[in-house]
Design a protein around this ligand. Structure first.
Ligand SMILES: [Zn+2]
Length: 327
């Protein structure tokens, strides 16, 4: 009995301990691991699922936002460039608008750039172009929105195959010597092929020199080889960048130079071409003349303009024209 009792007691205790153990184990399991694992996995899985969806959506939307933002940035950058010109245009346009009525009302308009005082004993010579052009842009005049290449390479002689910049320089150096011998102070924009001078910078040289005459030497070119003769380029009346006095004095100077050149050489006088889109003219604040000394696309004129004696005649004729203008 005692043994039986003992066995029963031990088995009872064992059962109780086991039972407690299972209960505790289960409760422990459910309390700690199960919920933890299940909830975390569930929440994780749902969170992951949702988050992945959300993240994807968020990613998508952020990507969209980013692309929209970059688009906006690009747009605004583009717009910045676009309006930058309109803004610049607006300002001069407003200036022009306010000035135009003034021009209409007042007989002497307020020019965008005032003429500088000039010295009739000073001549500035610009041998057009240079060995290498500079395609960087500059405004075609003070306050202008339209831009042009700073300086181009120029034409090439059809027969001589010599560059316009070289021919212009040769005649410019002859003109310099002739004018100096006549007592003028001559300021040269360039005496070498290897310069980098924009058309505006050349005008600035003439302005700083207070030149009584700014002579820009060029050779003409045409697809039609038979075209020949001398043309003067001068600003037209109503040029928005120049005072009316500079416009009229430039026209007089150009006419005098073209007439002088043609009477000295016998070249065909093609008269004046009045233009308002030439940077080198529009930036000038002194009387300016651009002379196309002949067509190097014409075999005969190309031969003449590359001939030393003819160049001397051209230079003398131009000097005569300058002298008659400056008297
Ligand atoms: Zn030219």
């Amino acid at each position: 009995m005692k043994k039986k009792y003992k066995i029963i007691m031990i088995s009872l205790i064992a059962v109780i301990v086991l039972g407690i153990g299972i209960v505790v184990g289960n409760s422990w399991h459910t309390k700690t691991q199960q919920p933890k694992v299940s909830t975390t996995t569930i929440t994780n899985s749902t969170a992951k699922g949702e988050a992945s969806k959300e993240e994807k959506e968020a990613l998508k939307s952020s990507e969209q936002a980013l692309s929209e933002a970059t688009k906006k940035v690009v747009d605004s950058a583009n717009k910045k460039e676009e309006p930058a010109t309109p803004q610049q245009t607006n300002q001069p346009q407003q200036k022009q608008e306010t000035q135009q009525p003034q021009t209409q009302q007042a007989p002497t308009p307020a020019p965008v750039k005032q003429a500088v005082p000039t010295n009739n004993k000073v001549v500035c010579i610009d041998a057009g172009h240079q060995r290498y052009g500079n395609s960087a842009k500059e405004p075609i005049g003070p306050g202008a929105t339209q831009t042009k290449a700073k300086v181009t390479t120029g034409a090439t002689g059809i027969r001589s195959h010599r560059t316009e910049s070289q021919i212009n320089l040769e005649i410019a150096l002859k003109l310099q010597r002739i004018l100096q011998s006549r007592g003028y102070t001559v300021v040269m924009c360039r005496t070498s092929q290897d310069v980098n001078l924009s058309n505006k910078e050349r005008a600035d040289i003439a302005n700083k020199a207070h030149a009584g005459a700014f002579i820009r030497l060029h050779c003409d070119s045409s697809d039609n080889q038979s075209v020949n003769g001398v043309t003067g380029l001068a600003p037209a009346s109503g040029n928005p960048y120049l005072s009316s006095s500079i416009v009229s004095s430039s026209q007089s100077l150009t006419r005098a130079v073209v007439n002088g050149l043609c009477s000295a050489t016998g070249a065909k006088n093609r008269g004046l071409s009045l233009v308002n889109n030439m940077s080198g003219i529009n930036w000038t604040q002194v009387p300016v003349a651009l002379v196309e000394m002949g067509f190097i696309s014409n075999p005969n004129e190309d031969a003449n303009l590359t001939n030393d004696a003819y160049q001397e005649k051209v230079a003398n004729g131009i000097a005569n024209g300058i002298a008659s203008f400056l008297h």
